[in-house]
Each structure stands twice: as C-alpha cells, then as structure tokens.
Design a protein around this ligand. Structure first.
Ligand SMILES: NC(=O)c1ccc[n+]([C@@H]2O[C@H](COP(=O)([O-])OP(=O)(O)OC[C@H]3O[C@@H](n4cnc5c(N)ncnc54)[C@H](OP(=O)(O)O)[C@@H]3O)[C@@H](O)[C@H]2O)c1
Length: 331
C-alpha cells in the first residue's frame, strides 16, 4: 500500500515543471473527476483543464470553475459541453480540443455509472453506461493519441475497476449484452471492466510513449450506485444496504482526489512524472516498466496475473475487432 502520507508528500512536489500542462477531464462535473480536478488545481501549478460535461451540469460547473479560479488563478478551466454518451458528440468534443491544442498531457476518464437497472440505450443503439464507461472513453483516447504523443510524460487514466477483471464473466458471444437475459447490473459492470482492461493494454502496447492506468477507486461516496434506473427490489437493495455500506466504507473525498492525483502524476507508474523513490509500479505484464497499470484504491498495482493471460488469449482479438467496428464511423 502507498500510505496517504506518501501520497501527500508526492503531490506536494507537483509544480509548473511536473504538473500536466494540458489536461482533459471527461466526467469532472461530479465525483472522482471533480475531486481530482480540485486536488490538481490546489497544487497551485499552471494548468489548462478542459472540463467536459453535459448541458445539465453547466450551471453548477460554472460555480465550480469560479471556486477553482479563486483557489489558483494560474489554473485555466475551460467548460466544454458535450453529451459524451453519444459517440458523435465525443468526436465533436475531440475536434474542438484538437482545434485548440497541439498537446495533451493528461486524459482523465470517469464518466459512467453502475448500471444497476434495466437496459437503456442511446440514440446510437449502445447501452448508456457501456457507452460512457467503455466506447466513449476509447474513442476519446483514439482521437487524442496524437496530442498525447506530443507531450513529454503523457498519461491516460480510466477510473472503473482495474484489477477486478474476471475471466468467467466476460461474454465474448455478446460483447454489448444485447441478447435477451444477458444484461444485468453486475454482469454489465464486470463486462465493462474487462473491456476497458483488454483494450487499454493493447493501446499501451501500441503506444509505448503513453502511460495508461485503469484505476479501481474502491468505494467513494459520490452517489454513483444510485444513478441507474433500478427495478423496485434493486432500488430497495441500493437504498437499504448498498448505499449505507458505501457511506460506511468509503475513502474520504479528499483522500480519493489526492490518490487519483498521485496516479496522474507519479513516476511510480512507468518512470515519468513526479520523482518516486519507492518500489516501481508493476504493469499488467508484471514488469517494473511502462505500459498499462491496474491500480486499486490503495494505489497498489494489481496485475491480476490469473486472468490477464486469458483475456489476451481469448478476448483481445474479438474485443478489438468489435470495438473498431463500433467506433469506425466516429474516428
Ligand atoms: N464511486 C465509487 O465508489 C465507484 C466504485 C467503483 C467504480 N466506480 C466507477 O468509477 C467511475 C467514476 O465514478 P464516480 O463515482 O466519480 O461517478 P459519478 O460522480 O457518479 O459520475 C461521474 C461522471 O459521469 C457522468 N454521468 C453519469 N451519468 C451520465 C449520463 N447518463 N450521461 C452523461 N454523463 C453521465 C456525470 O455527469 P453529471 O455530473 O452531469 O451527472 C459525472 O461527470 C464510474 O464509471 C463509476 O461507475 C465508482
């Protein structure tokens, strides 16, 4: 475990030389994304942040941006409206960023929710939570890779469930869980976790100049488990058991923000970033080298050595072909 003291000591070293100069936060309007933005801005470093969110979040996000500017006048936070559950919108937002920037140092992806409830589809025919936590995230990465490639220590962080992959639970015959009876809250979340890790590892292998992180945040009391549209029994389960449990066991907001800021900046993961004198992080190939890091809420690397070879051997080909097919019209 990386202690909270070590996290705070590392984050205290973030300055104009080590902070990401240009960062894109997708999902920073609430929850872990918002907490991480606050922690980054509070370092006092010069940063430009594209804060991507949907129209309904605009008003409260403007108030948040004012708060950030008061904390650190050197932080420029640019509200970038987009309904990122839609891939066409994701593409449009990426075009806006590409027209303004030549580099991106950090891409931080948190949009999504635990899909406890019935299957809901976007107008593009994808399940909403899957589009947010997988397809839209991968599309952001693919669009912004050239800009990430122009940065000195580029990093992509996807917050969902790194290290929680289960070989038995990925449905290779129905990756989008569209067939009757295949969709369920836990099934969908574990499917999206495995899809994230499988594709992120491929992208890490193909882009060795970029550090990739799939983070499992543990429990953070953001209201995320209440966001789906559960049936009556599930709604009561969430209200009476899950929600109180999350409140009881959660990391504090402050600690979650600091721990994710550490994941965004520390050289512990891949060697580039804020100096780290502890043990180097182990990537998903179980090597102390750059690549994809599966990181838990204690900031431990959890390479999931039993499951990863199975995902590589059995899932990667199908997942990548299918993902390309879905994303192709929006590239
Ligand atoms: N919190 C936890 O304990 C926990 C545990 C394990 C995994 N996770 C996963 O980690 C990720 C981040 O979690 P979090 O707690 O930070 O999430 P969160 O605060 O509930 O939401 C994160 C972002 O997702 C956006 N979002 C939610 N539903 C949306 C929709 N239908 N269309 C467009 N945007 C939508 C929110 O936008 P608005 O601000 O506009 O609502 C917000 O910006 C999620 O994928 C979550 O499932 C969380």
């Amino acid at each position: 475990m990386v202690s909270y003291k070590e996290i705070q000591a590392s984050n205290a070293l973030i300055n104009d030389a080590t902070a990401p100069r240009v960062a894109v936060f997708v999902g920073g309007t609430s929850g872990i994304g918002k907490l991480t933005i606050r922690a980054l801005v509070a370092t006092g470093a010069t940063v430009r942040i594209y804060l991507v969110g949907r129209k309904s979040a605009e008003e409260r996000t403007h108030a948040f941006i004012q708060e950030l500017h008061a904390i650190n006048p050197k932080a420029e936070v640019i509200w970038t409206e987009g309904e990122v559950a839609l891939l066409a919108e994701t593409k449009r937002v990426c075009e806006v960023i590409k027209s303004k920037e030549s580099r991106v140092d950090l891409l931080f992806l948190t949009a999504g929710y635990a899909p406890f409830g019935t299957r809901r589809e976007t107008t593009e025919g994808l399940e909403v939570a899957q589009s947010l936590s997988y397809y839209s995230r991968m599309l952001f990465i693919l669009h912004l890779l050239p800009l990430l490639g122009a940065a000195e220590a580029p990093r992509v962080v996807s917050v969902l469930g790194g290290g929680m992959e289960r070989a038995s639970s990925i449905n290779l015959g129905d990756l989008d869980l569209k067939k009757p009876g295949n969709f369920g809250g836990i099934t969908a979340q574990t499917q999206n976790i495995a899809l994230n890790t499988t594709t992120l590892e491929k992208l890490a292998n193909d882009n060795p100049n970029v550090t990739f992180i799939h983070s499992w945040p543990g429990w953070v009391n953001t209201g995320n488990v209440r966001r789906g549209s559960p049936g009556l029994i599930m709604a009561w389960f969430i209200r009476l058991i899950l929600d109180p449990l999350v409140r009881l066991l959660s990391l504090s907001d402050e600690e979650s923000g600091q721990r994710h800021l550490f994941q965004c900046t520390s050289a512990a993961f891949g060697g580039r970033g804020v100096q780290w004198k502890g043990k180097p992080g182990i990537n998903s190939l179980e090597k102390p080298a750059d690549g994809l890091f599966l990181i838990n809420f204690r900031c431990n690397c959890t390479p999931n050595a039993k499951v990863m070879p199975l995902l590589r051997e059995k899932a990667l080909g199908k997942v990548w072909d299918h993902t390309q097919e879905v994303l192709r019209p929006y590239l």
